[in-house]
Design a protein around this ligand. Structure first.
Ligand code: HEC
Length: 129
């Protein structure tokens, strides 16, 4: 009982120790994970590896550090023809997502499969629309 209490106190102290901005980043990444599962999973898969020859893997730190390319791909999709052709293989624009959701997805994928979390402001996304 005493031990349980001290663990609870320790956890409370740890969460108090997190700065507001760390907590914001964690919240953003969590939103990104959910938004990714809803909007990207069917092509890139939950593990981000995609499907060979159809949907590219997102496990690419260089790509996940490229802010403008990510914003542009998410807002406008990809119209470049795939090697094997076929419109269904192109990436659709996801402009219906909110600025915060786009920022959250970028935070989630860069934190999970890149070299570190890439934070993009909602203003930067708005400006690219
Ligand atoms: C309908 C399937 C589909 C959905 C849904 C989809 N994508 Fe894609 N995505 C693709 C395809 C296909 C490509 C490659 C397009 C090309 O050939 O340039 C791609 C390319 C990308 C790229 C660029 C990869 C590179 O190497 O340049 C990123 C980043 C990306 N998608 C992220 C996402 C994210 C994040 C979501 C969800 C918000 C998403 N995609 C939703 C099919 C999809």
């Amino acid at each position: 009982m005493k031990r349980k209490l001290s663990i609870a106190l320790l956890m409370a102290a740890m969460s108090l120790g997190a700065t507001a901005s760390e907590q914001d980043t964690r919240d953003l990444i969590a939103l990104g994970a959910l938004t990714f599962a809803d909007n990207c999973r069917k092509c890139h898969q939950l593990d981000g590896y995609g499907e060979e020859a159809l949907y590219p893997s997102l496990h690419d730190p260089k790509l996940l550090a490229n802010k403008s390319l990510l914003i542009d791909t998410l807002l406008h999709g990809r119209s470049a023809p795939r090697r094997n052709g076929g419109e269904e293989d192109l990436m659709p624009p996801l402009e219906f997502l909110t600025d915060r959701e786009i920022a959250a997805i970028i935070a989630f994928i860069s934190n999970t499969w890149g070299d570190g979390v890439l934070l993009v402001s909602e203003e930067e996304i708005k400006a690219a629309r």
